[in-house]
Ligand binder design. Sequence first.
Ligand SMILES: [Zn+2]
Length: 341
Amino acid sequence: MAQARLINKIAKDWKLSENLRVSTVHRFQGGEEQTIIFDSVEGAGNKVAPMLDDSKPDSDAKLVLNVAFTRAQKQLYLVAHTKHLLNDLNPGSALARIIHHFQQKAEILRGEDFVDNYYAADYEKWARSLFPTPSVTQEPISGKLFTERNFWDQFFQDIKTVNKRLIILSPFVSIRRWGMLMDYFQAMRGRSKEIRIYTRPLNQQVGELASQGEVVIAKFREMGVSVIERSNMHQKVAIIDDSIAWEGSLNILSHRDTGEQMRRFEGSSAIEDIIRNLELDTENAAGNISDQKCPKCGSPMVFRKSRYGRFLGCSRYPNCKEKISLGKNVGWVKTKRNPPL
Ligand SMILES: [Zn+2]
């Protein structure tokens, strides 16, 4: 129910609601449609609802599935955590047999691709509409809010004032955005300013950005910009010296107009907070991709931390469980500010 409501909100916002009907299967009575998208909504961690398992007593699963699967005129999509469902469902149940049928006859699209796109575009906005999101600063939010309409003007003003160091966290990078920032960065590098970029590793850059990422990251590095690949990073942040910080939903290095917002803070205590929380003062911060390759499978190793300390884990975890423990912490700032282990 909540899911249907959220999808309706998103559809309205994207101006798709006229072409779309979103509802629970019980309310979705009759009527054919060109395209039907059926989402089982089931996820790992919970038993599959009896509603979907016709091998359970009193289940109306067959009825429900019949409504869902027989009304499409042209296209039929099944959205499902198939591994979880097949684990939990009776193998003879209708839904398990439907999944097997799709696996044999249908085109399989990987969920990560869509989820990542969605994260990139509007994740914070929708997450905020469902749950209040904690800010990366611990202080109450006091900064001034900018939309993408006035962000860039102010941001360019700000990066002209960089005295020592600019740090940008942008999960994704695009050629277009690189083209726009290149001159600024070149000028800053010419005056020996440090520029540090955190972005997702290439295999987590999505869609067309995946092919652009390699080029853009190489170009940044050629310029003397240090690019740190951080696994599954979602924060969008910019930090100018110890004086100005930006935080919000806009991917600075890949942004296209999608209704994003950024908040601007001044003052060193807010910035210290951000640096500490995001471990920007720690070279082996959790999530950062290291130079080391996995001794077992050759994939890059990722810094991780547990309550026993920091270690390197294979980036293919859980498929590869190789680990290397690390001795002492090495930080950019050798410091008390490193988070407690
Ligand atoms: Zn490995």
